[in-house]
Design a protein around this ligand. Structure first.
Ligand SMILES: [Mg+2]
Length: 443
């Protein structure tokens, strides 16, 4: 790579898939999602481009795209951020623009937009280095990794020295674990059987398929109707047998007391964890749910930033931390969360699915295994078998395990034909739908 290479453009697309037509992705809070990506491409004066995206579920994807565009001055016309030092500086700049920070701070649309740009920069840097992101990260020294993290607001729970100690403790086993990861892949679980809009027949068929495909854990959506949940859990248990874990996910549907009541009623069906029982901002509420009923508590896919994760851990509110690759400010903030979880000894079970979330987050879990927590015990990455064909390096799950990516980058590049077909509102997939609606209205 020529050292003078610069980023010459930031291109953003509003890409939406009409998944609501099949009720794929439906849960107690999100009955009709159109899985979408605010997708960006970093153009460069030489060498590969960088790719990134932020997942949304339809309306508002244009808002996310506009937020990403507003960050162009931080990357366009500047040197390609190819080193750990430059990636650390870029993350700080993107999250500390005082005027844009006002829109959060460090939460919501603007923060997610910063995360999309940060992740695209990591994709670009890893492509330049000829390595997948998990391996690129795992080749950095403990000192370089610590320098990537913004410790502001964290030092009462995790200091740079403590983070360094976590990373140094994992350092001697890195090569051995990387070899094991390449040979065996990383454990996964599947949510494909469990969408709330699926009928009982489809639930049972997909649950049996999940076991036949080698998964040791599935997940069901709950929280709309207690009797339905009991019936669905019973059907799922009959379908998968006693040896397979069944997690449940309420997608923030309940108040705290209702979560305790509902999960006490579902506990005899031995769900493995209850995910997002209540508001993702409610740290004390999660602690109350955890202590008020017997099922383990998981959350994180909508947790806004490292500060809330810190509090969840300080308060003993969660049994599992569920990072999301595209919710917080990208690789750097997720590294902070991995380090916090490692210090508190809480396993990280990443959230995925959506558009491109499996592709992205697998790299973070694998890096965690190799260089941070050093363990995959009690850890699984979510897998949903949707929309992977739209990526040039799709996530591959075999026998219930994610295969370690080998292609350079963050597995973040979408197929140009998919971007063109599903671009909203002017791609042919959406034009056809609006024409059909116009005909129905005039008929
Ligand atoms: Mg969930």
């Amino acid at each position: 790579m020529a050292v003078t290479d610069t980023v010459t453009g930031l291109e953003v697309h509003d890409v939406r898939f009409p998944t609501s037509e099949q009720l794929d992705g439906s849960d107690a809070m999100n009955p009709d999602p159109d899985y979408s990506a605010a997708y960006l491409v970093l153009h460069t004066s030489g060498g590969p481009r960088g790719y990134g995206s932020c997942f949304t579920i339809g309306r508002g994807n244009d808002v996310m795209a506009a937020a990403i565009r507003s960050l162009a001055p931080y990357v366009v016309g500047r040197p390609v951020p190819a080193t750990a030092g430059r990636l650390a500086a870029l993350h700080r700049e993107l999250t500390q623009d005082s005027q844009l920070r006002w829109l959060g701070p460090e939460k919501g649309v603007m923060h997610m937009a910063a995360g999309a740009v940060v992740n695209a920069a990591w994709d670009l840097a890893a492509r330049r280095a000829g390595r997948p992101v998990w391996e690129f990260l795992a080749a950095l020294t403990p000192e370089e990794l610590v320098a990537l993290v913004d410790f502001r607001y964290l030092s009462d729970a995790l200091t740079p020295d403590e983070a360094l100690a976590v990373l140094r403790a994992a350092e001697p086993g890195r090569a051995e674990r990387a070899g094991r990861l390449k040979a065996r892949g990383y454990p996964a679980y599947t949510t494909s059987p469990g969408w709330l809009g699926y009928d009982d027949g489809k639930l049972v068929r997909l649950a049996k398929e999940a076991v036949a495909d080698g998964f040791g854990q599935i997940k069901l959506k709950v929280g709309a109707d207690l009797d339905d949940d009991k019936r669905r859990l019973r059907l799922a248990r009959d379908a998968v047998g006693p040896g397979v874990r069944i997690a449940v996910d309420a997608n923030q549907r309940w108040d705290v007391a209702e979560a305790v009541r509902w999960m006490t009623a579902l506990a005899p069906y031995t769900p493995y964890w209850i995910e997002e029982p209540t508001s993702p901002d409610d740290v004390l509420g999660h602690a109350a749910v955890r202590s008020g009923q017997p099922v383990k508590v998981a959350t994180g896919e909508h947790v806004a930033n490292r500060v809330v994760f810190k509090q969840l851990l300080q308060a003993g509110a969660v049994d599992f931390v569920q990072i999301d690759a595209a919710r917080v400010s990208g690789v750097n903030e997720n590294l902070a969360i991995l380090l916090l979880a490692a210090k508190y000894g809480v396993p990280v079970c990443p959230h995925a699915g959506g558009v491109g979330l499996c592709e992205l987050v697998q790299h973070l879990a694998m890096f965690d295994y190799v260089a941070v927590s050093g363990s995959w015990d009690d850890r699984v990455i979510e897998y949903v078998d949707h929309l992977h064909d739209h990526f040039t390096d799709p996530a591959v799950v075999e026998n219930g395990r994610y295969r370690a990516p080998t292609a350079p980058g963050f597995s973040a590049r979408m197929r140009p034909a998919s971007v063109a077909a599903y671009r909203f509102p002017d791609g042919p997939v959406w034009r056809a739908r609006s024409q059909q609606r116009e005909q129905e209205v005039s008929a």
